[in-house]
Design a protein around this ligand. Structure first.
Ligand code: C2E
Ligand code: CA
Ligand code: CA
Length: 600
């Protein structure tokens, strides 16, 4: 407390810190300020202003207020700073996004400048997002889509299958996979050209998509919008994946419907074609548990559907697996066998019924496997045909047969011919005229000493081009036999139109003729028809004397069968014909096959 005499003081109003001092009056003395506390007539009682201010400010409540004040001020400053920073960042981001969009050729809105930075950024981000979604979809489509049919390809399908099988495993339900292969599609391509074939594949894809929609088994990819339950695996192979959670029979129903849809006429331009499909079905988890294995098993079942007559479906069973393994094993072994000369030709005589004079030899291929021993042509020829390996093997068979016959011909068998089995695959792949003539030229065999055996089922399906080539060969002197006649369902009247010289009645007839009246009748009719048409009739598979007598009584010209001879090696034929009846041969140009059992 300080007391001043009235005349000593000059009281002034508090300036800025008036707020703190609540409008107190101050007096100054010796450069210090004093707050007037009480004024009397003589004196003025004061207190030191600095002390009082200090005391006031340092009061605990005021410290808190002060702190709050400092905080508020700093927050305000910060907010202002942040606001301007944010604005700056938004602006930079905006211009960068616009730059990006422009470089991606995405149009940015013209009115955008009127919006706030935040709105601008939002619009730009939306454009970018749309662009990214479209881009992802397009790139997924371009990676996974089959360019021709627009279905997903094998790669995408396998990925999809893997996901579906994981779901099936977790939720314990089964699924099925259909392996669909078109029948005779190669012929469509060969006959009408590849672009026509492509159109057929596109139509097939559309029909299959409709089947999926009809059965409500679609599964569209959320990104690419492509159908994932239907794929083109390659070539003329398609596949459908079906969830069997709600209906165990769904796969069979779908398969049935697919067959029906494919069998409907295809009208393309001014052409109308008919095709069919073979379907294999594999079921998860019964048949297999991984996408690849499931596809493989369905493929095996499809193969069985093909061999069992085409236009049908088959569900995989383990027994089918064995067959397919044998198929692949034999295919590989056959390739090696061709390279290492494990094939040989055997020859079976076809003799005249009257005198057992040899009419011709049928060349029959034999395979001596180093481990398995001999493998029958009935087992390996269909595999060679299916794989086209028959082309390579058939080349060798033809050359070897002509070479052998040429040697016999030069040794005196001038009236004997060699007959070579020709597969439908060879007819389709070669210009058969050129191919045969080249073999004759190479081996020096006269055309009249060669016969071609073509099965009835192949011959009735032969194109006009093939028939013309066969006519040309006949004009050269080569004879043609229709083989396994009676098994190919052609009518007898078709015989008159075919370019043939010889009918080989299938061994089925001879085997049944003595017991089955109908077979007997057919043999009679064929024999008669042959005579009328000037065709030679050969009965295959004559094993017993009774059969021989029956055949003879029917007026059939020649016989082939174990009764006369099994197929023999060239060495044995040489011994039998050349050594045993060299004199007969030199006079007649043929030989007589000596039969152990007497024929009459
Ligand atoms: P294919 O053309 O009908 O040949 C006649 C088959 O009947 C031969 O069987 C022959 O050994 C057999 N055979 C002959 N006489 C009798 C008999 O009295 N009884 C019985 N049960 N069978 C007899 P192989 O040699 O096993 O040939 C089977 C089939 O394989 C042939 O039937 C033919 O379709 C095919 N094949 C054989 N060799 C060739 C060939 O070199 N090329 C082609 N493309 N196919 C061939
Ligand atoms: Ca034959
Ligand atoms: Ca035959």
């Amino acid at each position: 407390m300080f007391t001043f005499a009235q005349e000593q003081v000059n009281v002034v109003a508090a300036p800025w810190y008036n707020i703190v001092l609540s409008g107190q009056h101050l007096i100054y003395s010796n450069d210090s300020a004093y707050i007037v506390i009480k004024t009397t007539a003589e004196s003025v009682i004061t207190a030191s202003a600095s002390d009082l201010v200090l005391l006031t400010l340092l009061a605990p409540v005021n410290i808190i207020i002060l702190l709050l004040l400092v905080l508020a001020v700093s927050w305000l400053v910060n907010l202002r700073f942040q606001n301007s920073l944010e604005k700056y960042t938004l602006k930079v981001l905006n211009s960068q996004t616009i730059e990006l969009l422009t470089s991606l050729n995405v149009a940015t809105e013209a009115s955008i400048a009127k919006h706030s930075q935040l709105e601008q950024l939002q619009t730009n981000f939306q454009s970018l997002n749309t662009y990214i979604t479209n881009y992802t979809r397009e790139s997924e489509v371009s990676i996974y889509q089959d360019k021709l049919t627009h279905l997903i390809d094998r790669h995408a399908y396998i990925e999809h299958l893997a996901k579906q099988l994981r779901l099936a495993e977790m939720d314990h339900f089964s699924c099925a996979l259909l392996f669909i292969d078109l029948d005779g599609f190669k012929q469509v391509n060969d006959s009408f050209g590849h672009s026509f074939g492509d159109d057929v594949l596109i139509q097939v894809a559309i029909r299959l998509s409709n089947v999926l929609r009809h059965h409500k088994i679609s599964n569209l990819s959320p990104i690419s919008q492509l159908e994932q339950n239907l794929a083109r695996l390659g070539g003329d192979e398609f596949s459908i994946f079906i969830n069997l959670k709600d209906d165990k029979n769904k796969a069979l129903e779908v398969a049935q419907n697919v067959l029906k849809e494919i069998e409907r006429d295809f009208v393309l331009g001014n052409k109308l074609i008919k095709i069919s499909a073979s379907i294999g079905i594999a079921v998860y988890p019964d048949s297999a548990a991984t996408p690849q294995a499931l596809l493989q098993m369905a493929d095996v079942a499809m193969y069985r559907a093909k061999t069992d007559g085409r236009g049908i479906f088959k569900v995989y069973s383990p027994e089918m697996g064995k067959k397919i393994r044998r198929y692949h094993y034999l295919l590989e072994e056959m390739r090696l066998a061709i390279a290492s000369s494990n094939f040989h030709m055997f020859f079976q005589p076809i003799v005249h019924v009257d005198d057992c004079a040899i009419d011709y030899f049928e060349a029959l291929v034999r395979w001596e496997h180093p481990v398995e021993g001999s493998i029958t042509p009935d087992e390996f020829i269909p595999i060679a045909e299916e794989s086209n390996l028959i082309l390579e093997l058939g080349d060798w068979i033809m050359l070897e047969s002509c070479r052998q016959m040429s040697a016999w011909y030069n040794a005196g068998m001038k009236k004997v011919a060699i007959s070579v089995n020709i597969s439908g695959v060879q007819l389709k792949h070669y210009d058969i005229y050129e191919w045969v003539m080249e073999k004759l030229a190479k081996t020096g065999l006269p055309a009249k000493a060669l016969m071609l055996e073509i099965t009835e089922s192949t011959l009735i399906k032969a194109s006009n081009k093939i028939i013309k080539s066969l006519e040309k060969l006949r004009a050269e002197g080569i004879t043609i036999a229709i083989d396994d006649f009676g098994t190919g369902f052609s009518s007898l009247s078709t015989l008159a139109d075919l370019p043939i010289d010889v009918i080989k009645l299938d061994k089925l007839f001879v085997a049944q003729a003595n017991d089955n009246h109908k077979y007997n009748e057919i043999m009679h009719s064929v024999s008669e028809l042959g005579r009328k048409l000037g065709l030679k009739v050969v009965a295959e598979g004559v094993e017993e004397l009774a059969q021989f007598e029956l055949v003879k009584s029917m007026g059939i010209n020649c016989i082939q069968g174990y009764l006369v001879s099994h197929p023999e090696s060239s060495v044995n034929v040489g011994h039998k014909v050349l050594q045993d009846n060299i004199n007969f041969m030199s006079v007649t140009g043929t030989g007589v096959w000596n039969i152990q059992k007497p024929l009459q």
